[in-house]
Design a binder for this molecule. Structure first.
Ligand code: NDP
Length: 505
């Protein structure tokens, strides 16, 4: 089965992607309590270099960069850096496919392609999970049990909508938009590709998508599956490259809509780039979620929720519960239990099935985390880090909490995008709501309490697009996701996720 994915790249050799395979757990963590349980990566075959997937063909990339495993520093493959010429070719291929095949194809036929792709993803999900972990640094348990099942679920979900668009918005007629330019980040590379591609394609649009520079591999492997599923040429085009490639794509005049997930800073640049062009856009940007624990909450469950909220995917999560608000009477208990739980997290080899906290995605991101953590110390908050030893090689950051935080501290106001939690206390529900809303972001939040009425009251007062009650970081393709304020605009997922890809008349 792995051989199938290597068709199509002229002249590129293949190599076994087993950089982690001979690495004993000992190379990562010493003296911990579990026997190593490494995921086998021998079945994964990566090419030495990847080209651009444009118009159903693999076009040679003249300029290349390396993509590395952040846990080991090893080079996994070389990928192309697309310039304006390649962007032009990809947009032209998408336009041709839009006009000649995809937009005129009956919805039920488009749905069949999407169902086929969803099934192929399920069949190959273990392989994709391993590649996601090697390229991005996230624990295999997460890529295997969360990312990949959600990726397949998204394609299944939107495949089901492809022939029902006329019923989705009663009284209105749904038309596709055209060519969509999509730019995605590195924290959930394949899942973000699925969130973008599935609704766009179901609605009859064609796509040019650019994954992040540090995590391009699963998007390129997805292009191989798209090829295997027999999609008409040009319906999906995958371009790799850095921020410049993204900028060429979003500014291309023949793009009808831009769908972007990433930082608020770049989101604002895109808004400026598109201002006055009449082209549509949706933006899924940063967040600084409040996770609020009331004194009637089940404390042990809440502590698990805090851990999941901030240490899932090393905190590289836009909706991470990065600000914790604990009601004063239980604050000491919660912090004590949280510290004990943090000390028990297994940090190290992301391919080990015991691992809870993997590698930081890039040196740039690690530096950003360190700068903000230093600012927290300088501004007077009290820092505590868990006791794990960091592996000798690779990019790592210990699970970290800050107590004695003030609203004005940078660690409370800025998105850190790492395993760092800022803890504050509150006395009354009103104080919790006021502090929770005191941020430029409005993506997500969580409330922990025994009282249903309190859940309804508090969640209706928090200005955030997604709110969880007595749980955190739960996702479902049928449920809309998106933010208010500087966390962006537009929704992905659910019925609401169809509308931005349709012209409703
Ligand atoms: P960016 O916003 O820079 O990157 C997101 C995507 O946009 C990447 O594919 C990137 O390419 C691309 N890009 C960068 N510049 C431009 C541009 N001018 N025009 C079009 N596309 C562009 O996020 P970073 O990866 O630099 O992370 C910075 C911060 O953003 C993080 O610390 C975090 O705060 C936040 N973030 C939020 C995410 C979310 O899901 N809400 C996801 C990732 C980051 P490339 O990566 O190749 O440079």
């Amino acid at each position: 089965m792995p051989e199938a994915q290597d068709k199509g790249a002229a002249g590129s050799k293949t190599k076994n992607a087993s950089p982690g395979k001979n690495k004993s757990r000992h190379d990562f963590v010493e003296g911990d309590r579990y026997a190593p349980a490494p995921e086998n990566s021998e079945h994964v075959v990566l090419k030495e270099s990847y080209d651009f997937y444009i118009g159903g063909e693999w076009l040679r990339a003249p300029k290349r960069t390396e993509t590395r495993n952040p846990a080991t520093g090893e080079v996994l493959a070389e990928v192309g850096e697309a310039g304006p010429g390649m962007v032009k070719k990809a947009v032209a291929a998408a336009r041709k496919a839009y006009e000649q095949t995809w937009s005129t194809m009956p919805g039920r036929e488009r749905g069949k392609y999407l169902f086929r792709l969803a099934r192929l993803i399920q069949e190959r999900s273990r392989e994709f999970a391993v590649v996601e972990t090697m390229d991005g640094g996230k624990p295999i348990r997460e890529s295997r049990d969360i990312d990949l099942p959600l990726v397949a679920a998204h394609f299944f979900y939107y495949a089901g909508w492809a022939d029902k668009l006329d019923y989705a918005f009663p009284g209105r007629t749904a038309h596709s938009i055209g060519v969509i330019g999509q730019v995605i980040p590195w924290n959930f590379p394949l899942l973000m590709a699925a969130w973008k591609l599935a609704p766009a394609l179901a609605c009859g649009n064609t796509v040019v998508i650019k994954p992040a520079e540090t995590t391009p591999l699963t998007a390129l492997k997805l292009a191989e599956l798209i090829e295997e599923a027999g999609f008409p040429p040009g319906v999906v085009n995958v371009l790799t490259g850095g921020g410049k490639t993204g900028r060429h794509l979003v500014r291309h005049p023949d793009i009808d809509k831009v769908a972007f997930t990433g930082s608020t800073e770049v989101g604002k640049m895109i808004q400026r780039d598109l201002a006055g062009t009449g082209r549509r856009y949706t933006l899924e940007l940063g967040g600084k979620a409040a996770n609020i624990i009331f004194d009637d909450a089940p404390v042990n469950q809440a502590v698990e929720g805090i851990v999941n909220g901030i240490f899932f995917n090393q905190g590289h999560v836009c909706c991470a519960g990065s600000r914790l608000f604990v009601q004063e009477g239980i604050a000491d208990t919660v912090v004590r239990k949280l510290k004990r739980r943090m000390d028990n997290l297994v940090l190290g080899d992301p391919l080990d099935k015991n691992t809870d906290v993997g590698a930081i995605n890039s040196q740039e991101q690690l530096d950003r985390i360190k700068v903000l953590v230093d600012s927290g110390k300088e501004e007077g908050a009290k820092c505590w880090q868990s006791g794990q030893k960091l592996p000798r090689k690779g990019l790592w950051f210990k699970p970290t909490i800050f107590t004695e935080c003030a609203q004005s501290h940078q660690i409370v106001q800025k998105e850190i995008f790492g395993p760092v939690l800022a803890i504050q206390t509150f006395r009354t529900p009103e104080e919790a709501v006021e502090k929770a809303n005191n941020t430029p972001y409005g993506l997500s939040g969580g409330v922990w309490t025994d009282k249903g009425s309190k859940i309804f009251k508090i969640t209706s007062q928090i200005r955030a697009g997604v709110l969880w009650a007595n749980t955190f970081n739960k996702f479902d393709p049928a449920s809309p996701f998106g933010g208010y304020k500087e966390s962006g605009l537009g929704r992905e997922g659910g019925l609401q996720g169809l509308a931005p890809y349709l012209d409703l008349q």
